[in-house]
Design a protein around this ligand. Structure first.
Ligand SMILES: Nc1nc2c(ncn2[C@@H]2O[C@H](COP(=O)(O)OP(=O)(O)OP(=O)(O)O)[C@@H](O)[C@H]2O)c(=O)[nH]1
Ligand SMILES: [Mg+2]
Length: 393
């Protein structure tokens, strides 16, 4: 299945049906009076979050959608049939943005949640509506109004509690494999993961959380290098980021350099996201004696001035992963409980989410403009159209 997380489509609601001009004409009933019925209302365009859809692929193939118009009114005071609403299904996690002015029309995060993006046109009135004591034979009718039309941008951002970020080969996919039933591809070359995927982590307490694995970042990603930063938007909904860094690397770089690359790219991408909670996960500790790992980490934390929790794990041997998962679960539970009980905490989280998403959107469009200028429309580091992906279970 192809993974597509952005699409621009034109949607148009149905027009209202025209009102009818008619007079009752029947044997033995002279001057039967006006009996032109109203037209039917035009159908709305509605977007609905559907649990079984996981990508916006359908909107790549078809980019224009029109709802049914209402029918004309008829004689005998017959009202025209209303146009059916056009319901388009999108994956949960889809944000709908007005493409022309950038306004956010809505965010569909729950299965079944709907949003009317275009209102169908109001129906026209038949001439029987205009009869009055002074005008008993009106010839006046009104036309149905046009349905709204808009160009909308759909943006899918994965709904994950936790998201992984790190250099290629840091072991992000191996980590997801070790803690969940998801089976993303793992290999010892960079950019094994080309598109984001989700894994559900079932903890011993029968509680679960969702982790997103996103493609590795490299230095200059915020300027379009590697797979670019488009995929970073999938971090924006996560309540917690895990920065995965490998304890030693074949390329001979120091752990500090590797950690700093990601920190800088995150900062460039969104200052709000960068300022948020992020845990450092030192992976592949099986590659070094414990004392060396300890020294390395002490030195690293000092230089990074790291203020959040740090975990050392081996994803390959599932060492330290269980503890990490139970800490994540504990953290998420407290956060969710606070959001439930305190209006202020909830407002703060919403505000933060909106800010991160706006910064992400600005950064990506800035990058798009830059790329358009520099490469004259040639696409580089952007794989959105070409990548085939199997979504993980
Ligand atoms: N020794 C050891 N190797 C590991 C560990 N975790 C991952 N690896 C290896 O590191 C390599 C890269 O792992 P991946 O999980 O594909 O890394 P990734 O971060 O998902 O990489 P990209 O998808 O390219 O961004 C693979 O060969 C893994 O077997 C670990 O804890 N110890
Ligand atoms: Mg991977």
């Amino acid at each position: 299945m192809k993974f597509v997380d952005e699409a621009v489509v034109t949607v148009r609601a149905g027009n209202g049906g025209d009102g009818c001009l008619s007079f009752r004409r029947e044997k033995y009933i002279p001057k039967g009076g006006p009996d032109g019925g109203d037209g039917g209302k035009g159908g709305n365009v509605v977007l609905t979050a559907h649990g079984e859809s996981t990508t916006l692929l359908d909107f790549r193939y078809r980019r224009s959608f029109v709802a049914k118009s209402g029918s004309k009114g008829g004689g005998g005071n017959c009202t025209g049939a209303a146009g059916d609403d056009l319901v388009l299904f999108v994956p949960p996690g889809t944000t709908i943005i007005d493409h022309d002015d950038g306004d956010i029309l809505g965010d569909l995060t729950e299965i079944g949640q709907s949003l009317v993006v275009c209102q169908g046109g109001f129906h026209g009135l038949g001439n029987s509506r205009y009869k009055s004591s002074t005008n008993r034979a009106p010839r006046k009718t009104s036309l149905g109004q046009k349905g709204e039309e808009r160009t909308i941008r759909l943006e899918l951002k994965l709904l994950a509690d936790v998201a992984l970020v790190g250099l290629p080969n840091a072991g992000k996919s191996t980590f997801i494999r070790s803690i969940s039933a998801a089976r993303p591809k793992v290999a010892d070359y960079p950019f094994t993961t080309l598109v984001p995927s989700l894994g559900v982590v079932e903890c011993k307490s029968a509680k679960s959380f969702v982790v997103a694995d996103i493609p590795g970042l490299i230095e200059g990603a915020s300027a379009g290098a590697g797979l670019g930063i488009r995929f970073l938007k999938h971090l924006t909904r996560a309540r917690l980021l895990l920065h995965v860094v490998e304890v030693s690397s074949f390329d001979g770089s120091s752990i500090l350099d590797r950690a700093l690359v990601i920190e800088k790219e995150l900062e460039r991408f969104s200052a709000t996201l960068y300022a948020g909670e992020r845990w450092l996960i030192i992976n592949k500790i099986d590659l070094m004696p414990k004392e060396d790992v300890d020294d390395l980490i002490d030195d690293l934390l000092g230089k990074l001035r790291w203020k959040y929790p740090v975990f050392r794990i081996s994803s390959l041997r599932s060492e330290g992963t269980e503890l990490l998962c139970s800490r994540i679960l504990g953290y998420l539970e407290i956060l969710k409980a606070n959001e439930k009980t305190s209006e202020e905490v909830r407002k703060r989280s919403d505000l933060r989410l909106r800010r991160v998403q706006q910064e992400a959107r600005d950064r990506i469009s800035e990058l798009d403009n830059l790329r358009r200028q520099n490469l004259k429309g040639e696409s580089r580091g952007d794989i959105e159209d070409k990548t085939e992906v199997g979504y993980v279970d």
